[in-house]
Design a binder for this molecule. Structure first.
Ligand code: SF4
Length: 196
């Protein structure tokens, strides 16, 4: 089985502190998710999948903790999930391990914990830097929170960052004078479409 192609693992964490009105993902509102039983269930699921022929002998080239808001989890829980994945499949050298995060309430200490748990990349759900757009989207963070999250990530030693904004498209469409109906696409990117 050795030498089979590595693959990418996506792990869904289906909780957010607040469910945005445009979101069509499988998410539930909770400021304190039931993470212990969920992490245990994930470990069971990962081990079961690893026993399937399709995945045997295949290491992980990337792991993506998405949601939802995976950054609601404690660093200990993130370490348990990543440990389960590493034990089940193994990681190729330099494998990228991403966690999605909401900009609100992200401190350097929390992010350092994620890095120490094995996270190598942070995807910050910025969506927009324009306060009016954030209000339209029903986001529960401010534009200032985004800058603070980036600074905290750098302080924590997480230099591999991505922002998930739609400000350019929203701004461009807004300048055209049309009302916008923001939606989140299956790819995880926020898209916008004009409404009548
Ligand atoms: S858009 Fe993002 S932050 Fe908002 S409810 Fe959906 S997953 Fe959560």
């Amino acid at each position: 089985m050795a030498g089979r192609a590595p693959f990418a693992l996506y792990v869904h964490i289906p909780w957010c502190r607040h469910v945005c009105p445009y979101c069509d993902f499988n998410v539930y509102a909770a400021s304190e998710p039931p993470e212990a039983p969920y992490v245990e269930a994930l470990a069971t699921e990962i081990a079961a999948r690893a026993a399937e022929a399709a995945w045997q002998g295949r290491a992980l080239r990337s792991v993506y903790l998405g949601g939802g808001t995976p950054s609601l989890l404690s660093a200990e829980s993130v370490a348990k999930v990543l440990g389960s994945a590493a034990r089940a499949f193994g990681l190729v050298p330099g494998a990228e391990v991403t966690i999605e995060a909401n900009p609100g309430g992200l401190g350097a200490e929390r992010l350092r914990g994620f890095r120490e748990a094995g996270v190598t990349r942070l995807s910050i759900g910025a969506q927009s830097f324009t306060p009016a757009h954030l209000r339209t989207l029903g986001r529960d963070h401010t534009a200032a929170d985004i800058g603070a999250a980036v600074a905290a990530a750098r302080e924590a030693g997480l230099d591999n960052l991505s922002l998930d904004p739609s400000s350019a498209s929203l701004a461009a469409r807004s300048r055209s004078g049309r009302r916008m109906s923001p939606r989140r696409s299956r790819s995880g990117r926020l898209t916008s479409r004009p409404t009548r």
